[in-house]
Design a protein around this ligand. Structure first.
Ligand code: ADP
Length: 484
């Protein structure tokens, strides 16, 4: 494979300026295991400087009209789209995903920005009928203030947009911390935001020590909210830290999504939808299918159809033409998948296809794992309880609707669920019974700019997307106005 040369992204964005530090950290191309760039290794001090800048910029930014803010946002979206090919390449090389998926993600960034630019114009207030003739009861919606945005490595461009766009549209200023595996795409997207002549300090980005940056954002009372997407473990740390100054939180955390395929489902449609969801982004999707429950009557047929499709998936570096499954984000993610599959096989799961790491030849030192299908999975296996976050499809069979509903809810997570059936009464029983924030029926696509995506139980607090996603960056101010 030809070594890929990327631009220099070894800087942060503070107060509208590029800031370099003496110390930096390598960014690894997961398809080769080799460094493709560096970013600065910041910590407490630089984070405080970023908060200072965001805090100084807040009064003026929040006083602009939503139309003025939408102007910057649309300009940002235009610039992102105009640079789509470079951004997609950077995303694919840094993160590992197929170039086509990376292009789709960058297009999604622009759609998300535009949707929020427009929704910001509808942050309307209310007038409540008063009990006294000399009073007016008014409700205003005002920007929360400075917000801390912490993003993960699986959709580093899209998730940045799902936070930065509503924050800016609402009138907030921010300090963003991207994931250590994928900081460069964030720095590049910020470059385009800066090119809109955004006022200095409105948008800031820091890289480096996650723990130190997280603590500094949490401890500073000027940061009025943290929006985080990542693991439940880190979400809990941030929640504890935020308690000290009663900071607002939006948490989009881990999942353990079940799909239930009933015997009356359109099987081919279910197989295609399961494939699209399970193997997108090499299975590193928070609402990705983690457990496949299939009715005993159609179990063998579904497994055979899945096996046939999974064996045909092309695994390669994301930048190779025709790639369907790229490298995993890093060696830790890969090691976790290896351990979960080995635990399942050790406890009696049947390996239908895949089941190992791919090395040698064009896979070289990259973090590749074979698309894998396991049958005969049971509730005792670790991959039934934990988020796999990899290209592994584990199948269990069931016979009773009430029992499969109980099993599917038997987890501390509650992000997404999927059901395939043509029975209307059963659809409503599933809508009522499934303990998830997002449910797809006869399909597996869920995340759209206009829809409120989020989890229940330990999968999170708050919503991303939709008018509810904008609300996360708005505070209510109620005014009882007495007049002559
Ligand atoms: P995942 O397991 O999906 O990689 P993580 O929760 O580890 O998710 O990471 C998501 C984001 O949280 C990344 O930007 C990471 O750097 C950041 N992060 C990790 N630990 C902390 C912490 N203690 N405080 C704040 N952010 C953190």
């Amino acid at each position: 494979m030809q070594p890929i040369q990327l631009d220099d992204w070894n800087f942060m964005w503070i107060n509208g300026e590029q800031v370099r530090l003496p110390e930096s950290t390598d960014v690894i191309n997961p398809a080769t295991g080799q460094a493709v760039g560096q970013v600065p290794r910041g910590g407490e001090e630089i984070t405080r400087r970023a908060i200072d800048a965001a805090s100084q910029a807040f009064p003026a930014w929040s006083k602009l009209t939503p139309m003025q803010r939408a102007g910057y946002l649309h300009d940002w979206a235009d610039r992102v789209l105009a640079d789509r090919e470079n951004l997609a390449l950077l995303l694919s090389v840094e993160q590992g995903k197929p170039l086509d998926e990376a292009r789709g993600e960058i297009e999604g960034v622009a759609v998300f920005i535009r949707w929020n630019a427009e929704e910001g114009k509808r942050a309307t207030g209310e007038i409540i009928p008063a009990v006294r003739p000399d009073q007016r009861l008014l409700v205003f919606r005002q920007a929360v203030g400075v917000v801390g945005l912490i993003t993960p490595a699986n959709f580093p461009a899209a998730i940045l947009a799902t936070k930065a766009a509503p924050a800016l549209a609402a009138g907030c200023t921010f300090v963003l911390k991207p994931a250590e595996q994928t900081p460069m795409i964030a720095i590049a997207l910020m470059q385009h935001l800066m090119e809109t002549n955004l006022p200095a300090g409105v948008a800031n980005l820091v890289t480096g020590d996650a723990d130190a940056i997280g603590r500094t954002l949490s401890a500073d009372p000027r940061v009025r909210k943290i929006s985080f997407t990542g693991s439940t473990e880190v979400g809990k740390i941030l929640m504890r830290q935020a308690a000290d100054n009663v900071k607002r939180l939006t948490l989009e955390l881990g999942g353990n999504a079940p799909v239930i395929v009933f015997p009356d489902a359109d099987l081919d449609k279910a197989v295609d939808a399961i494939m699209a969801n399970k193997f997108e982004n090499c299975g590193q999707v928070c609402n990705g299918i983690n457990r496949i429950y299939v009715h005993a009557d159609i179990h063998q047929e579904l497994v055979a159809k899945l096996a046939d499709k999974i064996r045909q998936l092309k695994v390669s570096s994301g930048t190779e033409p025709g790639c369907q499954i790229g490298a995993m984000i890093d060696s830790n993610y890969l090691a976790k998948v290896e351990a979960l599959v080995s635990d399942a096989v050790g406890k009696g799961a049947k390996l239908i296809t895949g089941g190992s790491r791919l090395t040698g030849g064009s896979y070289g030192g990259g973090y590749f794992y074979q698309p894998t299908l396991l049958d005969g999975v049971t509730p005792e296996m670790e991959l039934t309880k934990k988020e796999i976050f990899g290209p592994v499809a584990p199948v269990q069979s069931f016979t009773d609707e009430a029992e499969v509903l109980r099993q599917s809810n038997n987890t501390s997570y509650g992000l997404a669920g999927y059901v395939f059936t043509r029975d209307t009464a059963r659809i409503f029983r599933m809508i009522d019974g499934m303990e998830v924030g997002n449910l797809a029926i006869n399909g597996t696509s869920l995340a759209y700019p206009q829809a409120p995506f989020g989890g229940v139980k330990e999968s999170g607090i708050g919503r991303v997307g939709g008018r509810q996603g904008l609300e996360e960056y708005l505070e209510l101010k109620y005014v009882a106005l007495t007049h002559e």
